[in-house]
Every structure is written in C-alpha cells, then in structure tokens.
Ligand binder design. Structure first.
Ligand SMILES: *Cc1c(COP(=O)(O)O)cnc(C)c1O
Length: 222
C-alpha cells in the first residue's frame, strides 16, 4: 500500500528539473486531486470539458488546469475563461475557434499542437506533414488570442519501448525544426508534452519537457 503523496514523491524523484509533471486526474474524484494538491502538486489535466469545469469550480483557485482530451468546438466556451493550456489542437479550425473565445475572455490561451505519431488509427492530431503545412500558411500568426507553445504527442500503446523511443525522438526533432523555423524569437515556444505512466522516462530521454501522468499517481499498484 502507498499513498498518493508517496507515489508523487517517488515519481518526482525520477523527473529532472525543467520537466513539468502534469497529474492527469480524469478518472479520479476531487478528493484524490486534493490529496495530490496537499502534497504540492499544482498542474492537473482533464480530458473532458465538463469535468475540467466541475473540478475547477470545486477545487483551489491556484491549480493550473490543463486540457488534454479531444476538444469539441461547442465546449470551448466552458473552459476558455480559465484553462491554463490546451494540449490537443488538431486542426486550424479549432485554433481559430479557441482564438475567438480567448478574445471574448480578454486573454491569450496557450495551446499545443497535437502530433499523430502512434501506429494506432484512433489517435487524434496532425501528422507531421499536416502540421508543417498548417504552420506554413502562417494563418495562425493572425490569431492574437492563442499562443502556440509547443507540441503534444502520444506514443503507440505497445510494450516495445524501442518503438516508443523512436516515436518520441521523431517528435522532438519535429519540435526543434518547428521552433527554429517559426518560433526562433519566441522563448515561450518551450513545451513538448510527451510521456504517460508507462513511457514517461523514455519520453524524458527523448527530450520531453512535460509528462502527463495519471494512473501511476492515483492508483496503488497491487
Ligand atoms: C489518460 C491520459 C494520460 C495519462 O495516462 P496514464 O497512463 O494513466 O498515466 C496522459 N495523456 C493523455 C492525453 C491521457 O488521455
């Protein structure tokens, strides 16, 4: 048996400074979030807009709420007032919609472009080619109420860590290429969100700057 606080400590000990630990609380109640909060955790992520809103309303105001799931346009309005970062931009259309809601709320919303790198068909995101083509239009430069801060990816769901490492490294190369080409003057293009409970050490080795960990924090291994 171990507690959330103990598991958080154990995970923190494996994460270098400069890599952000995001606790993915999507399957866990507010009480569990509070346990992590009381152990010093401040960054949390959810996959559903309703859950993000419900938890944000119920929990301390200094929590940084990240959105990591597939975002439907009609849900943006609920999270736009407070979301700290949206990790899952998968179309130019979505970016435009978020920009509108940023303007309505008088703020700039930090966003990551989700890259589809995994072998599974089911994952969302731009392919690297689509992402480069989208950036090349430079249309995003006109959107003043979003700020592209980096990339996000999910590796293939496989035990083959070699495959996973290859995917994470490819996204790191893409991240560097995009930064050099379009964000060279922007120190805030600094986030590569990659790595979950099963593969975060591989992701950090490949150059992740933000790991998204759920089950390893919130579930006791039996
Ligand atoms: C659920 C989820 C995570 C966390 O997964 P664990 O395996 O529980 O650590 C990370 N990122 C995204 C996008 C998720 O949906």
């Amino acid at each position: 048996m171990s507690s959330i606080a103990e598991r958080l400590d154990a995970i923190r000990a494996t994460i270098p400074s400069g890599v952000r630990l995001l606790a993915i609380s999507k399957y866990y109640p507010c009480e569990a979030v509070m346990e992590a909060y009381n152990a010093g955790q401040r960054d949390f992520g959810e996959n559903k807009a309703q859950d993000l809103v419900a938890k944000q309303q119920a929990l301390p105001t200094d929590i940084r709420w990240h959105f990591t799931g597939h975002l439907q346009s009609n849900k943006i309005k609920y999270i736009a007032p407070f979301v700290y970062m949206i990790h899952s931009i998968d179309s130019m259309q979505l970016l435009r919609e978020i920009d509108k809601h940023g303007a309505k709320n008088n703020r700039t919303i930090p966003c990551l472009l989700q890259i589809h790198i995994a072998q599974e068909e089911t994952k969302f995101g731009f392919t690297p080619e689509e992402c480069l083509a989208m950036l090349a239009t430079e249309e995003w430069k006109e959107l003043k109420n979003i700020h592209i801060r980096g990339l996000m990816c999910m590796a293939s769901n496989t035990d083959d860590l070699q495959q996973v490492a290859t995917e994470f490294k490819a996204v790191r190369v893409l991240f560097d290429e995009i930064r050099d080409r379009w964000f060279a003057g922007d120190k805030e293009f600094d986030t590569l969100s990659a790595g979950m409970s099963g593969d975060y050490l591989t992701a950090i080795e490949a150059g992740s700057t933000c790991v998204r960990i759920g089950s390893s924090i919130f579930e006791d291994e039996i």
